[in-house]
Design a binder for this molecule. Structure first.
Ligand code: FAD
Length: 462
């Protein structure tokens, strides 16, 4: 048994970042993690391995589609799936070992095993009970499925199983056109699978700007993904090597069946709090299963905090990290803060999709007068040279004050470009501030400036 200032349960991006900040602030810190490796969902079975496969499969696509156009000829690469998975695993290991190194450097104890909270101020790991003045729950989330869809992680898989398939499926059916389904659908489509996405709603990526949704779906269709929209999946039937997906079209209730070698269920994630003992402790939980917290990330029980996917808000690694730092500062008696109005969201397909702040829909609902500045990548020299002219930057600003309220980008490096707008929004900047900032030529960033110019007297290259 040991005494700590703070024990964090879960070593995902929320937990490990919180631990490092606690240690930096002089607190004696431990992290409980039941997995064999640190880094949580994100590093082990989420952000990092999926981005490795997106990178590898995009490189293949570049070689097949664009190399010949640039006069780069020769033997076209073929896919060694075992090697590609080994590359992905290497990337994961380098990252998870990196967190182990940071724990040692910051003198953070890793309490290996699954933790529970028998009472406030105590954390049980295995047979040992450790004392902690403060406890931060960062237990993350797990995939959720649908009634009638039984996941076996071989033929009917979640994202976790989709990262380790034995072979590249000939036919992949993806249930759910959200971020995870479209990223992994893109991977397998580029690697040669016939990919069909079945979505309950009428648009992909729910909650995003409607124009981006349409453009994104059009581009993905051009790349070979098929979409069945407005379709309610009823059930799956699986053997050891094949599956059938039964769905009903919502418009006329007609019933249909799709054959698949693999079905990826990508219908969202839910908070994971099993085994923590929260019910017995009396920790308040929302109807959606999230741990309820106040503005300081403290639960209704003094000294017990919660962050990341286990609480309300977008299930994103950077949101969890920001809460990790802020909660650490609260625990240390400082004033941690997260600006929930400026949390970017990125989809790492080709092209990338990124957004921050309000959509037009949000502004209409709020009855806020706004203006739109839009610029197509087709007018950007760098994008044209790099076969990346499809897509646009769209900035929304207050009609009277010109203050930036949101931005929606589909195009090359959208996930990097969005941060220029995040910084501008943090500083309360206007589109004129962006438009008056000199941007290097030729860069994709010029498209952001042009969209800002389009909010005023007009873009130059439109
Ligand atoms: P997690 O990362 O889920 O970590 C929680 C940890 O707590 C786990 O390791 C778990 O083992 C441990 N734990 C739970 N209970 C206990 C217990 N009782 N005792 C001990 N340990 C416990 N987000 C992005 O921002 N960008 C992306 O590109 C992105 N891509 C994704 C791709 C996929 C395929 C998936 C599935 C997710 C992706 N996400 C992405 C989401 C991101 O992974 C999560 O938002 C993020 O990991 C949440 O961090 P967290 O710290 O709250 O929880």
């Amino acid at each position: 048994m040991a005494n700590y200032d703070v024990i964090i349960i879960g070593a995902g991006p929320g937990g490990y970042v919180c631990a490092i900040r606690c240690a930096q602030l002089g607190l004696k810190t431990a992290v409980v993690e039941g997995r064999e490796t640190l880094g949580g969902t994100c590093l082990n079975v989420g952000c990092i391995p999926s981005k490795a496969l997106l990178h590898a499969s995009h490189s293949l696509h570049e070689a097949q589609e664009n190399f010949p156009k640039m006069g780069l000829k020769g033997k076209s690469p073929s896919v060694d799936w075992t090697q590609m998975k080994a590359y992905k695993d290497d990337v994961v290991t380098t990252n998870t070992k990196g967190i182990e190194f940071l724990f040692k450097k910051n003198k953070i104890d890793w309490l290996k095993g699954w933790g529970s909270i028998p009472e406030a101020g105590k954390v049980k790991v295995g047979d040992e009970i450790h004392e902690a003045k403060n406890i931060v729950i960062a237990s993350g989330s797990e995939p959720s499925s649908l009634p009638g869809v039984d996941v076996d992680e071989k033929v009917v898989v979640t994202s976790t199983g989709a990262l380790v398939l034995n072979k590249i499926p000939r036919k992949l059916v993806v249930i759910g056109a959200g971020v995870i389904g479209l990223e992994l659908g893109s991977v397998y489509s580029r690697l040669g699978s016939e990919v069909t996405v079945v979505e309950y709603l009428d648009a992909v990526t729910p909650g995003m700007d409607a124009e981006v949704q349409k453009t994104f779906q059009r581009i993905l269709k051009k790349q070979g993904l098929e979409f069945i929209m407005g379709a309610a999946v009823q059930k799956t039937e699986a053997t050891k090597t094949k599956a059938k997906v039964h769905y009903k079209l919502r418009k006329d209730d007609s019933e249909h069946v799709l054959d698949a070698d693999v079905v990826l269920v990508a219908t969202g994630r839910k908070p994971f709090t099993d085994g923590l003992g929260l019910e017995a402790l009396g920790v308040e939980i929302t109807p959606r299963g999230q741990i309820k917290t106040g503005k300081d990330w403290q639960t209704n029980i003094k000294g017990i905090y919660a962050i990341g996917d286990a609480i309300d808000g977008p299930m994103l690694a950077h949101k969890a990290e920001d809460e990790g730092m802020a909660a650490a500062e609260q625990v240390a008696g400082k004033h941690g803060h997260v600006n929930y109005g400026v949390i970017p969201g990125v989809i790492y397909t080709w092209p990338e999709v990124a957004n921050v702040g309000a959509t037009e829909q949000d502004l209409k609902e709020a009855k806020r007068a706004y203006k739109v500045g839009k610029f197509n990548f087709m007018g950007n020299g760098r994008a044209k040279a790099n076969f990346a002219g499809d897509g646009f930057v769209k900035i929304l600003a207050d009609k009277d004050t010109d203050r930036i309220l949101g931005a929606h980008i589909i195009g090359p490096s959208a996930g990097e470009l969005i941060h220029e707008i995040c910084v501008a929004m943090e500083f309360g900047a206007s589109t004129e501030d962006l438009a008056m900032t000199c941007h290097a030529h030729p860069t994709y960033s010029e498209a952001v400036r042009e969209a800002a110019l389009a909010c005023g007297d007009g873009a130059i290259h439109a």
